[in-house]
Design a protein around this ligand. Structure first.
Ligand SMILES: O=C(O)CCC(=O)C(=O)O
Ligand SMILES: [Fe+2]
Length: 221
């Protein structure tokens, strides 16, 4: 039955259209010219000083990044991640700005994650939405459910490499200090969108820092 394969798809479709409407009405938001997935960018979303502060927080606590499905796939993702301090003023202000832009509820989002990619580090092709037939889904379904939107801020420009590529479409986004990249992981009907497959390409020169927030269907815990 479709309902059990894609739980909450009606609710997720409603979330998707509310965000779409809001972003479309906002002149600071640019949509990538692509019908198959909803991908948006806002340049200068975060001030350079705040980017530097977040880089400092990430550097303080970075550890090797994990993968959601716990499969033993060494080298699938070689970046470093950190749960940055949710009580930090810069982190809270950024959370608030993302919520104000999208209209999405912060209590239905994962806490902001920082990522650092040094030279040669990357994150292979993947989806941010959860595979509801996977082993991990039981856990995720009980703590917020499916991921809806991803919001990611580039904290610095990278000398070479490090783009975010939507690999099934011709979209490659180079890191730009303070830019927000935002996309709907789902289709307008609330089901996972296979066109949203993406990868963080290897950094060739320099270091890349980003912060990411994933929104969920319900309260995240
Ligand atoms: O760092 C990037 O460019 C993408 C990261 C990403 O896709 C993720 O953390 O899920
Ligand atoms: Fe991702």
């Amino acid at each position: 039955m479709a309902g059990s394969v894609h739980p909450d798809c009606k609710r997720l479709a409603r979330i998707g259209s509310a965000v779409r409407e809001r972003l479309t009405a906002d002149p600071s938001v640019q949509r990538f010219p692509e019908e198959r997935a909803e991908i948006y960018a806002v340049e200068g979303f975060l001030h350079t000083d705040d980017c530097a502060r977040l880089i400092g927080l990430i550097e303080g606590i970075a550890r090797p990044s994990g993968l959601v499905d716990e499969a033993d796939w060494p080298q699938y993702r070689t970046s470093y991640s950190s749960d940055i301090d949710v009580h930090d003023d810069t982190v809270r202000a950024l959370d608030d700005s993302i919520a104000a832009l999208t209209g999405l509820r912060l209590d239905c989002s994962e806490s902001l994650q920082g990522q650092r990619y040094r030279c040669g580090e990357y994150f292979h092709e993947h989806y941010d939405w959860f595979d509801t037939s996977a082993e991990y889904w039981r856990r995720e379904s009980e703590c917020g459910g499916q991921r809806s939107w991803t919001a990611m801020v580039y904290l610095n420009c990278v000398e070479e490499g490090g783009s975010t590529d939507f690999t099934r479409m011709q979209i490659s986004v180079p890191p730009l200090t303070g830019s927000l990249l935002l996309w709907n992981n789902l289709c307008p009907d609330g089901t996972p969108n296979p066109w949203t497959m993406h990868a963080a390409r290897p950094v060739v020169r320099g270091v890349k820092y980003v912060v990411t927030k994933w929104f969920r269907t319900r309260r995240w815990c």
